[in-house]
Write a protein that binds this ligand. Structure first.
Ligand SMILES: Nc1ncnc2c1ncn2[C@@H]1O[C@H](COP(=O)(O)OP(=O)(O)O)[C@@H](O)[C@H]1O
Ligand SMILES: [Mg+2]
Length: 370
């Protein structure tokens, strides 16, 4: 009996590639074109910037996956100690896999066996060696028209290995090699990384801010995900879900997942299932996104959003400054920082509102004991 029950098609975990990506088409198109073009395309040095849950990791994984079908070898790491060494080990593993399973990787080049001939046993942690080793690897790959894509997740500013890697990448780009570096991080971390003068190159690289996704995109992706699993969603229920999702990718997965579970035994997901799904999703959102986001804010940021929650909808900067008892210019600094962090966003006529669904209520509750 159990096997008749279709699988829940939603992906409510960090880092999972969704079945249907809502929005993000422009970034995807441009990056895919860049992979097709090969070296020299400025999109091949790109940094994805967004708040927690906006879909940075999922997008990066998707792109890495697509790159592999387009003649690129991709290695994927997080910005953690040992990263440089990890990259070398992964290149070796991926190369070996590609040799063992011909065609499995769909790599265009046949240069992989030569990569394995490289002498790997040197100490790649030492930087000059790392650069030389990577340079040899690139030569072998590039000679067969295979590129090397490195993806680095969770970048941060105070990390030496990362800064060094970026500097080396910059050399490789100047040498017109077929290389790509795709990074992702929280806005605050990225801006502190870009402050380091040895990575000035990346200040000019493509910075992509992953903001809110349009409702119609969410609606379409949500409906397609449900329909692909053999179910339907009633149109009133769908509208209600889209409203609660607020353009936020993680919330789309949470609402979808919970509503789908609630209606698991039915053919169609209706308003009752979605209402339940939203409740449950809001709970998850607090525990997994809002909580950590609020914790990371400075006291000044918190005072600013505390002033915002007195409004029911979008707030005016002048009102906030007055409530905080500060000048408009002073309040504007917090406004800018919070926008940069993806916590709030501009809403026409100089107003601002929260970008994270459920943030207003969460802040209200938390402020009782602030
Ligand atoms: N464009 C998208 N459309 C729908 N769901 C998405 C999209 N991007 C990411 N997701 C989902 O959102 C959640 C968070 O994605 P993730 O990439 O981990 O975010 P981040 O790395 O920015 O914190 C995951 O459940 C993922 O499946
Ligand atoms: Mg992530």
């Amino acid at each position: 009996m159990m096997q008749d029950r279709p699988r829940n098609p939603f992906t409510p975990s960090f880092g999972q590639i969704p079945l249907h990506m809502a929005g993000r088409e422009m970034v995807i198109d441009e990056l895919l074109r860049a992979f097709d073009n090969g070296g020299g395309d400025p999109n091949l040095s790109t940094i994805l910037i967004g708040a927690r849950g906006t879909g940075k990791t999922a997008l990066m994984s998707l792109l890495a996956h697509e790159a592999q079908g387009r003649g690129w070898l991709s290695v994927n790491v997080s910005a953690l100690p040992g990263m440089l060494n990890d990259i070398v080990q992964q290149v070796r593993h991926v190369s070996r896999d590609a040799v063992d399973k011909p065609g499995g990787m769909r790599l265009k080049g046949v240069g992989i066996p030569q990569v394995l001939d490289i002498e790997w046993e040197r100490e790649p942690q030492e930087l000059p060696n790392w650069r030389t080793l990577m340079s040899e690897i690139l030569e072998e790959l590039n000679e067969r028209d295979t590129g090397l894509l490195i993806t680095i997740d969770e970048v941060r500013g105070d990390f030496d290995e990362l800064i060094q890697l970026i500097a080396i990448h910059q050399h490789f780009v100047r040498e017109e090699r077929k290389v790509a570096l795709l990074m992702a991080g929280l806005p605050g971390e990225v801006s502190s990384l870009l402050q380091d003068k040895s990575v000035s190159f990346f200040r000019r690289a493509c910075q992509r801010h992953l903001g809110r996704i349009d409702d119609f995109e969410i609606e379409r992706a949500l409906r397609r995900t449900v329909e692909d699993s053999g179910k339907e969603i009633e149109s009133v229920a769908l509208k209600r879900a889209v409203d609660a999702i607020g353009g936020f990718p993680f919330m789309m997965q949470l609402v979808g997942y919970r509503s789908w579970e609630e209606g698991a035994l039915r053919k169609s997901i209706g308003v009752a299932e979605v209402e339940y799904g939203i409740q449950a999703a809001q709970h998850d959102m607090r525990a997994r996104v809002l909580n950590a986001t609020l914790d990371e804010l400075s006291d000044g940021d918190v005072r600013f959003i505390a002033a915002m929650v007195e409004d029911e909808g979008a707030s005016r900067l002048a009102d906030i400054a007055q409530r905080m008892g500060v000048s408009g210019n002073y309040a504007a600094q917090y406004r800018r920082r919070l926008i940069e962090n993806g916590v709030i966003g501009p809403r026409g006529r100089g107003k601002i509102d929260f970008e994270l669904p459920g943030m207003r209520n969460y802040v209200r509750e938390q402020l009782v004991d602030f």
